[in-house]
Ligand binder design. Structure first.
Ligand code: ACO
Length: 427
């Protein structure tokens, strides 16, 4: 079959430039324009990379029009309902779901790697008590590169996997320590007798000595429904192809820096309110609105072109129909109403916003739909997780995605140091 090509014509000179088409297995094909500047003397201009593919990837696929999300070819709906977060991690890292034995080994390894070096604990003392856990988390993950400096030069599959498992296992511990530091309460070490997700809730909630909160009726335990809800949230956040934080991780990887500082940079990028920081802002905003009666006023603000106010948890660069992760969480939220103590006032405000926005021309024309962050906050609030920990929870879920993308980047012979060009318009 003849190679497909794509031609660009310069209207000024009439010159034609022809480029090979790169065929995808799903979604739009690409055009290999690497020699465009050399051929034509022009740069392409695409701020925010809305039309630019920066890599070939086999990890995650999103169809924004259909509202489809696949990890390694498996629909997110299937993973969220039939598999747990650790299976999803294994899938993203290796390309296939684990066998029963492989899962046991993977789980065992993560449990045993969940401790952090005693020296790293001292770092937390250097932070003011009111430090946001995201700031402590990104710093501690960067510091981890000095404890495992040997990962700087890795290039074998087994080494990649060890590095990946180490960071995935330690991130929940660092996140929990960051939170406990911000409260001025003693750190709780991981309990290797608990599963990944249960252990994180335990490290957030337990008292020294490993006791959970004790009421007059006895000791509160971590309920299976809470573990399941959080585990699903981790799965839904596990990867999302070339978003801002993943692109940051790949950019840092391109310079040859240590993988853990690349992850730390990804954490910093995720913190922004336009990205993962939105989940914290959604609840802040719902609380600020305060009452269903005030919703119309805030919708009007969101629509006012002279007002910078945006509805947090609405809109997405890629999803232009619905965010499948949001749909899963919404269903989940509805089914959990009874079992988890969901804040009914917040839910009423959220439902009203959703109702108006889904039928209002402003939102319909701009294809603005609720995204995952719109729903995760209500569930996390019901789990007793403080707002400042919402984005760290996103980090815990996403670390496997970042690290899988880092590994893919390292193996990709086409990749170069990231170095975009500019169109100079200064003096
Ligand atoms: N509320 C009100 N108006 C909005 C919103 C919003 N949440 N989002 C976009 N718009 C409007 C813009 O004002 C713009 O209107 P205009 O065409 O009249 O100027 C139009 O919709 C397009 O917006 P852009 O900013 O160009 O869209 P972009 O794709 O660059 O941004 C983004 C996507 C950043 C997610 C944006 O929708 C946003 O800021 N949303 C709120 C924050 C949020 O929820 N972020 C989480 C994203 S999901 C995630 O990272 C996990």
């Amino acid at each position: 079959m003849a190679e497909k090509r794509f031609t660009i014509i310069d209207d000024t000179t009439g010159k034609r430039y022809s480029y090979p088409v790169i065929e995808s297995t799903r979604g739009p094909n690409g055009v290999d324009m690497r020699t465009f500047y050399r051929d034509s003397g022009h740069f392409s201009f695409d701020p925010g990379f809305t039309s630019t593919a920066s890599c070939r990837s086999e990890i995650t696929f999103i169809d924004g029009e259909k509202g489809e999300l696949l990890y390694r070819g498996i629909p997110i709906e299937k993973l969220a309902t039939e598999h747990n977060y650790l299976e999803t991690c294994y899938l993203l890292l290796t390309g296939s779901l684990p066998t029963r034995d492989a899962l046991v080994d993977f789980d065992f390894e993560l449990r045993h790697r969940s401790f952090i070096h005693e020296g790293l604990k001292n770092l937390f003392d250097a932070f003011p008590q009111d430090a946001h856990p995201m700031s402590t988390l990104s710093s501690a993950v960067a510091a981890l590169s000095s404890f495992y400096y040997e990962h700087l030069t890795i290039n074998k599959e087994a080494e990649y996997q060890e590095m990946a498992r180490r960071i995935i296992a330690k991130i929940p511990t660092i996140a929990a320590f960051s939170y406990r530091h911000s409260r001025g309460i003693p750190f709780i070490y991981p309990d290797i007798g608990r599963s990944f997700t249960e252990n994180f809730l335990y490290m957030l909630r337990a008292y020294p000595g490993g006791k959970m909160h004790i009421t007059k009726k006895g000791e509160n335990t971590i309920r299976p429904i809470e573990i399941e809800a959080l585990d699903t949230i981790f799965t839904l956040h596990a990867d999302h192809e070339q978003n801002a934080s993943t692109t940051t991780v790949r950019s840092v990887a391109s310079t040859g820096a240590h993988p853990y500082v690349a992850i730390s940079a990804g954490i910093s990028a995720l913190w922004g309110r336009a990205h993962g920081g939105a989940n914290e802002s959604v609840i802040e905003q719902l609380k600020m609105i305060g009452n269903v009666k005030n919703v119309d006023k805030f919708i009007a603000k969101a629509k006012d072109p002279n007002d910078p106010f945006r509805l947090m948890g609405f809109g997405h660069r890629v999803y232009k129909n619905f965010d499948p992760r949001a749909q899963i969480l919404k269903k989940y939220q509805d089914s959990l109403k009874e079992e988890l103590d969901l804040d009914s006032n917040l839910m009423q405000i959220a439902s009203r916003i959703e109702e108006i926005a889904l039928s209002d021309d402003y939102f319909i024309q701009r294809k603005l739909y609720p995204n995952i962050d719109f729903y995760s906050g209500v569930i996390l609030t019901a789990l007793g997780i403080p707002r400042t920990m919402f984005t760290p929870i996103f980090v815990i879920g996403r670390t496997v995605g970042w690290i899988s993308q880092w590994i893919e980047f390292k193996k990709d012979r086409d990749q170069k140091i990231v170095r975009p060009r500019q169109i100079y318009v200064g003096p």
